[in-house]
Design a protein around this ligand. Structure first.
Ligand code: ADP
Ligand code: MG
Length: 721
C-alpha cells in the first residue's frame, strides 16, 4: 500500500534535529533557568516580602495578601526580561489534562501606546470562562464562574515558544462556592491533613513541632511511534490506541528491548526533553528502554507531592511537543497496542521532611525502628481498609485494558513488604517478643527491635503497592492519568490511619500505659486486623485471584465496579472528615468518572465503525474480488481452480459485516439518559461489539494482500523508529 510504503521511506530519510549538551547548555547551568525560584525571589524581592512568601512555601503559613503586589511586580519584571509577552494561570481541570488561559501583560494607555501591567490581584486570582470544563453537577450554568487561585507552593515558570514566551502561574481551580473543580485543590487539602496527623505520631516519639509533607516520585512509561505511521492510523490519532492490529511475528518475548541500548534517535529525543525539563526545574534522572519494543521510561527525582504532580503534567506536555519536533509521537495511553506490555505511572510515595528524611526508612536504631513500624503499619491499615478507594483512584476506561493484563498489577489491591518486613510483622501478629531469622537474634520488644536492612534485597514487580526500601510504590496508576488523584487518596487514607494510631497511643499513654507496650499493642492490633492485605507472592499468577477472594480482598475489575467506591457512606465520611472533599465534590468525581468512561468508549466505538467500514472492509473485498477473478480466469482457461481461498476470506468478511452492523445498531440504541446506564451500555454492549469487529478485522489482516492493507501494522509501528 502506497501510504505505508511512503511512510517507511520517510522514516528512513529522517534526519533528527541537532542538539548539544555542551557549553552554555550544560545541565548544571540550565537547571531552573526558567523558574521563578527561591533564589530568584531572594534576589528580587524586598527581604520582608521574601520571608513572608517562604513562610508560606516552607511552613504552610497563611499567605499575607499584602505581599502579592510586590511579588507580582518582581515576577513581571523577571518574565519580561525572559521575553514573556503573556501570562497564564495554569490549572488542572477534571479532564485530567492541563488548562491555561493566556492574557497579555500589555494594556493600552490613552495615547495609543501600551504599558506592561501585572497587579497583585491578577497574580492571586483569575476568572477563566469555565463553563466547558467537566464539573459533575458542581456548577449550574447560571453560576458558571470558575476561579483560579495562585498556588504559592508551586513556582511560576516561563514556557518558551519560538513566537513568544509565557509566564505560567500554577493555580487551583474552584467554583464560586469554593468547591474544587480541579485535581490540585484536593491534593493540597489532603497533604495538609496527612501532615497534621503524622506530626502527632512524631510528637509521641519525641520529635516536637515537625512539619511533615508527602513526597512523590512518579515514573512515566510511554511509547514512541514515528509520526508517519501515527498519522496514517486514525485510531491512534483520535483514541490514543490501536483498535485493530494483529500481534507481530516477533513481539517482546525475547526480552531484548528492556534496558537495552537506547536507539540513537530516541536518545536524541531524551536528551532534548531532559534539557527542557531542566530549564523548568524538573529533576529528570533516570531513562531507559521498557519491556515492549518502542516503549521507554523516564523517572524524575521525587519531590513534594503537589510540585511533583505539577511537574508531571508539565513533563507530559513537554514530551508530546518534543517528540513532534523529532518526527515522533509520544503515546501516553495505557494500552496503545493489544497483546504488548502496557504503560503505567508508578507513584512512589513517602512522607517526611528535610530534618528527618523519609519516615518509611527502616533505620538502624531500635527507637527509630518502632517509629518506622508505626508508619509502616499505618500504610498497611490504610491500604487494607481503603483498597476500594485506591482502586477507584486509578479507574479509567483506558487503564482497564492494562490492569491485570500483560505485566501490569492485577486490579486486586494488596501490599508487598518483602520477606524481612513481612516476617517482622508476622512475629508482631503473634505478639512474640523475639525470634531469629537470618543473622543473629531478632527481638521485637520495642527497646530491642531488630535492625532492619534498609534495602530488602528482593524486588516484586507484580504487586500494586510494594515497599521498596524507603517508600511505597503504587504501581496501578495509568500512564495517562495525573498523579494528583492517587496521591490525594493515599494522603487521605494515611491521614485516617495516622489519626487512628495517634489516638490509640495518646489515649493509652494518658491512661498510664507504658509507651513501649502501647506501641507493641497497637502494632499487634493493626497487623491482626489488616494483615490479610500483605501478599508477597506472584500477583500475576492464576491462583492469586482465588486466594485473594478467600482473604476477602476485592477484585474490582472494571472502572464501573470501582467508581461506586467513591460514593459509599464511609468514603464520603472519610474525605469529609479530613476536609478533602465534601459530599458534593465526591459525587461530582463519581459523575465525571462515569462521563469520561462513556465518552472514551463512545469515541473508540465510532472510530471502529468508521475504520472498519471505510478502510478495512473495502480492502478485504478488493482482495476477495481478486481471488474470485483469479478463479474465474483459471476456469476460463480450463484449469482446475481451488475455491478454498475464497471461502477462507469470505468467512471473516461476513463476520466483519455482521460485526459492523451490530456496532452501528449498538451506537444508535436508546439507553436512556442516566450516566450509569450509558456507561454500562458502553461496557456491556459497545466494548464486546468492538471486540467482535476487531476479531474479524485482525483475521483479515492475516489473509489480505499486504499491498492492499490500509493501516500501518504493529510490526511497522513498533519496530521502525
Ligand atoms: P524502579 O524502576 O526501581 O522503581 P526508578 O529509579 O525508575 O526505580 O524510580 C524510582 C522513583 O522513586 C524515582 O522517581 C525516585 O525519585 C523515587 N523515590 C526514591 N526515593 C523516594 C522516596 N523516599 N519517596 C518518594 N519517592 C522516592
Ligand atoms: Mg518502579
Amino acid at each position: 500500500n502506497a501510504v505505508r510504503r511512503e511512510a517507511i521511506w520517510n522514516v528512513e530519510a529522517y534526519v533528527p534535529p541537532a542538539i548539544s549538551f555542551n557549553g552554555a547548555e550544560a545541565p548544571g547551568e540550565i537547571f531552573g533557568l526558567n523558574v521563578f525560584s527561591k533564589t530568584v525571589m531572594q534576589k528580587r524581592l524586598p527581604k520582608s516580602v521574601y520571608k513572608s512568601v517562604i513562610a508560606t512555601i516552607e511552613h504552610g503559613a497563611m499567605l499575607d495578601p499584602d505581599v502579592a503586589d510586590a511579588v507580582a511586580s518582581a515576577m513581571k519584571d523577571w518574565a519580561l526580561e525572559k521575553g514573556a509577552t503573556h501570562y497564564a494561570h495554569v490549572f488542572y481541570p477534571l479532564t485530567g489534562l492541563t488548562a491555561e488561559k493566556h492574557d497579555s501583560f500589555f494594556e493600552p494607555v490613552g495615547d495609543g501606546s501600551s504599558l506592561a501591567e501585572f497587579a497583585g490581584k491578577t497574580l492571586v486570582q483569575g476568572e477563566p470562562d469555565a463553563s466547558s470544563f467537566p464539573n459533575g453537577g458542581l456548577r449550574n450554568t447560571f453560576e458558571a464562574r470558575g476561579y483560579t487561585g495562585w498556588d504559592v507552593t508551586s513556582p511560576a515558570y516561563i514556557l518558551e515558544n519560538p513566537n513568544g514566551n509565557t509566564l505560567c502561574i500554577p493555580t487551583v481551580f474552584v467554583s464560586m462556592t469554593g468547591e474544587a473543580l480541579d485535581h490540585k485543590t484536593p491534593l493540597l487539602r489532603s497533604q495538609q491533613a496527612m501532615g497534621e496527623h503524622a506530626a502527632r505520631i512524631l510528637t509521641l516519639f519525641g520529635h516536637e513541632n515537625q512539619k511533615v509533607v508527602a513526597f512523590c516520585g512518579p515514573e512515566q512509561e510511554y511509547f514512541l511511534v514515528d509520526r508517519h505511521f501515527f498519522l496514517a492510523r486514525p485510531d491512534l490519532l483520535n483514541a490514543g490506541r490501536t483498535l485493530f492490529g494483529t500481534k507481530p511475528p516477533k513481539g517482546q518475548e525475547f526480552d531484548d528491548h528492556y534496558f537495552g541500548a537506547i536507539p540513537d534517535r530516541v536518545l536524541g529525543f531524551m536528551m532534548d526533553t531532559e534539557r527542557e525539563l531542566f530549564k523548568l526545574g524538573i529533576p529528570a534522572k533516570t531513562r531507559h528502554n521498557e519491556v515492549a519494543p518502542g516503549q521507554f521510561e523516564i523517572a524524575p527525582m521525587f519531590e513534594r507531592g503537589n510540585l511533583a504532580a505539577d511537574h508531571q503534567q508539565l513533563l507530559m506536555t513537554t514530551f508530546k511537543a518534543i517528540a513532534k519536533k523529532h518526527g515522533m509521537e509520544c503515546l501516553f495511553h495505557e494500552k496503545p497496542f493489544a497483546g504488548v506490555n502496557g504503560s503505567g505511572k508508578h507513584v512512589n510515595f513517602s512522607l517526611g521532611n528535610a530534618d528527618l528524611g523519609s519516615l518509611l526508612v527502616p533505620g538502624d536504631t531500635p527507637h527509630d525502628n518502632a517509629q518506622f513500624l508505626v508508619f509502616c503499619a499505618a500504610v498497611i491499615r490504610a491500604v487494607h481498609k481503603y483498597a476500594g478507594l485506591l482502586r477507584a483512584s486509578v479507574a479509567s476506561a483506558t487503564n482497564d485494558h492494562r490492569l491485570g493484563a500483560n505485566e501490569a498489577p492485577p486490579a486486586i489491591i494488596s501490599i508487598f513488604l518483602g520477606d524481612q518486613l513481612a516476617d517482622v510483622f508476622e512475629q508482631i501478629a503473634k505478639g512474640a517478643a523475639s525470634s531469629s531469622k537470618g543473622k543473629g537474634v531478632m527481638h521485637i520488644g520495642v527497646d530491642t527491635l531488630p535492625v532492619l536492612p534498609t534495602d530488602p534485597g528482593d524486588r516484586n514487580r507484580t504487586s500494586p503497592f510494594a515497599f521498596t526500601g524507603n517508600r511505597f510504590e503504587f504501581r496501578a496508576p495509568g500512564s495517562m492519568q495525573t498523579v494528583a488523584g492517587p496521591m490525594t487518596t493515599i494522603n487521605t487514607i494515611m491521614a485516617d490511619s495516622l489519626d487512628y494510631a495517634a489516638g490509640v497511643l495518646e489515649t493509652a499513654v494518658a491512661a498510664g500505659t507504658d509507651f513501649d507496650t502501647a506501641v507493641q499493642d497497637l502494632l499487634t492490633q493493626i497487623i491482626t486486623d489488616h494483615g490479610n492485605v500483605v501478599f508477597n507472592g506472584d500477583g500475576y499468577s492464576a491462583e492469586w485471584p482465588i486466594e485473594a477472594e478467600q482473604r476477602g480482598l476485592a477484585n474490582l475489575k472494571t472502572t464501573l465496579d470501582a467508581l461506586p467506591e467513591l460514593i459509599t457512606d464511609s468514603a464520603m465520611e472519610l474525605f469529609e472528615r479530613y476536609g478533602v472533599f465534601n459530599h458534593r465534590e465526591m459525587h461530582s468525581r463519581y459523575e465525571i468518572g462515569l462521563e469520561q468512561y462513556t465518552l472514551t468508549i463512545g469515541v473508540e466505538a465510532r472510530l471502529s465503525l468508521e475504520i472498519g467500514t471505510t478502510a478495512i472492509l473495502p480492502a478485504a473485498v478488493k482482495h476477495q474480488t481478486e481471488i474470485a477473478l483469479n478463479i474465474g480466469a483459471l476456469k476460463a482457461a480450463g484449469v482446475e481452480a481451488d475455491t478454498a481461498p475464497l471461502d477462507e476470506v469470505g468467512a471473516p468478511i461476513t463476520a466483519l459485516r455482521a460485526g459492523l452492523s451490530a456496532l452501528r445498531a449498538a451506537l444508535k440504541a436508546d439507553v436512556g439518559h442516566s450516566a450509569l446506564a450509558e456507561a454500562e451500555h458502553a461496557r456491556d454492549v459497545l466494548l464486546p461489539a468492538m471486540a467482535d469487529v476487531r476479531a474479524a478485522a485482525d483475521a483479515l489482516e492475516e489473509l489480505v494482500a499486504d499491498e492492499l492493507w490500509p493501516l500501518p501494522t504493529y510490526q511497522e509501528m513498533l519496530f521502525i523508529l
